[in-house]
Write a protein that binds this ligand. Structure first.
Ligand SMILES: C[S@@+](CC[C@H](N)C(=O)[O-])C[C@H]1O[C@@H](n2cnc3c(N)ncnc32)[C@H](O)[C@@H]1O
Length: 290
C-alpha cells in the first residue's frame, strides 16, 4: 500500500464516520503517525508504507472515526503562537478564539506593562497567547477546575512562559487591579446539550454550558469585573453569536461602553466593553475559595 492509497483509505473511513473534514484530519494523522513533513508526503506519495506504520495510522483513524477530537490524537496543537497540549482535562481551544486573542492584543497595544486577567483559562490558551506576544504583560489566569489549571501549568512550562494561575470561581478572591479582563466563558444554553457534535462530548461539561440562556457566567463575570478593573479598563468576551448583541446591550444598560465584534466568518461573537470607573476598584472581589 502506498502513502497516497493509505491517505485515501483513511479519509474515506473518516468521511463514512461523519467526521466534518475527513481529508484534512486524515492528512494530519498520517503526518503525525509516520513523522512526515508536508513536503515529504508530497514527494513520497507513491512510496510503499511499512506494515508497522500502516497499523499505527489505522489505529489513529479508528479513534478519530469514533469521534475522538483530532487534537487529543495529535497531543499538541499550535494555537495563537503557542504550543498547547490538549486532553480531556480542558476544552480544546477553538480557532475562533484566536480572534479573541487578536482583539485582546490590539486593545493592549497602547499599554506598556498591562495587567491582564484570563477568566476560565482551560488549557491556558488566552493567557499564554497574551504572554507570548507581550512578554512585559503581567498575566493572571483563573479556572474553577483544578485539572484544567494543572494542564495550563504544563502548557506554560512547554512554552517557557510565566503566568499566575489561580483556582477561583470567576473573580472571587482574585486581587486586582487589571487593565483588561478577557474570557471565553462557558456560554452554550443548557438545551444545546442534546445537540452538540460528538467531539464536543469529550470537552468537560464545566467548560460548555452557561445556564438556561447561556449567559449566566458572563453576567456574573461582568458584575464582578467592575470591582477589579481600573477606570477605563476593558472586558473582552467570546459568547454564543446568538447572544453577543443582546449581551452588549445589557452591559450598556449597566453603565458600560459596549459593542460587538465579528469573528472571521462574519458572526457577531465577541463583546468588547469598557468600564467607565463609576465604581472604583476596591481590591479583591468576595472571598477566596476554601
Ligand atoms: C469555554 S472554556 C474556555 C477555555 C479557554 N479559555 C479557551 O478559550 O480555550 C471555559 C472555561 O471556564 C472554566 N469555568 C467554568 N466555570 C467557571 C467558574 N465559575 N469560574 C472559573 N472558571 C470556570 C471551565 O473549567 C473552562 O476551562
Amino acid at each position: 500500500m502506498t502513502l497516497r492509497d493509505l491517505l485515501r483509505r483513511g479519509a474515506a473511513q473518516l468521511g463514512a464516520a461523519g467526521v466534518p473534514s475527513p481529508e484534512v484530519d486524515a492528512r494530519a494523522l498520517l503526518l503525525y503517525a509516520l513523522n512526515l513533513s508536508p513536503v515529504s508526503l508530497l514527494t513520497r506519495a507513491g512510496a510503499e508504507v511499512e506494515a508497522a506504520d500502516e497499523a499505527r495510522f489505522e489505529a489513529l483513524i479508528a479513534r478519530r472515526a469514533a469521534r475522538v477530537p483530532l487534537q487529543y490524537l495529535l497531543g499538541e496543537v499550535e494555537w495563537g503562537g503557542v504550543r498547547l497540549r490538549c486532553d480531556a482535562r480542558a476544552l480544546v481551544p477553538r480557532p475562533e478564539t484566536e480572534w479573541l486573542l487578536h482583539l485582546t492584543l490590539e486593545a493592549l497595544r497602547p499599554l506598556a506593562a498591562p495587567r491582564v486577567l484570563d477568566v476560565g483559562t482551560g488549557t491556558g490558551a488566552l493567557a499564554l497567547g497574551v504572554k507570548a506576544a507581550r512578554s512585559g504583560a503581567q498575566v493572571t489566569a483563573t479556572d474553577l477546575s483544578p485539572e484544567a489549571l494543572t494542564l495550563a501549568r504544563e502548557n506554560a512550562a512547554l512554552n517557557g512562559l510565566e503566568v499566575t494561575w489561580v483556582q477561583a470561581d470567576l473573580l472571587t478572591g482574585v486581587p486586582g487591579p487589571f487593565d483588561l479582563i478577557v474570557s471565553n466563558p462557558p456560554y452554550l444554553p443548557d438545551a444545546d446539550r442534546e445537540d452538540v457534535q460528538p467531539e464536543v462530548t469529550h470537552d468537560p461539561e464545566l467548560a460548555l454550558y452557561g445556564g438556561p440562556d447561556g449567559l449566566g457566567l458572563a453576567r456574573r463575570l461582568a458584575a464582578q469585573a467592575t470591582g477589579v478593573l481600573v477606570p477605563g479598563g476593558r472586558l473582552l468576551l467570546e459568547l454564543d453569536p446568538r447572544n453577543a448583541t443582546a449581551f452588549a446591550a445589557e452591559l450598556r444598560a449597566q453603565g458600560w461602553a459596549a459593542g460587538t465584534a465579528a469573528d472571521l466568518t462574519g458572526r457577531e461573537r465577541f463583546v468588547t466593553a469598557q468600564w467607565s470607573g463609576a465604581a472604583q476598584w476596591s481590591g479583591a472581589v468576595g472571598s477566596a475559595l476554601p
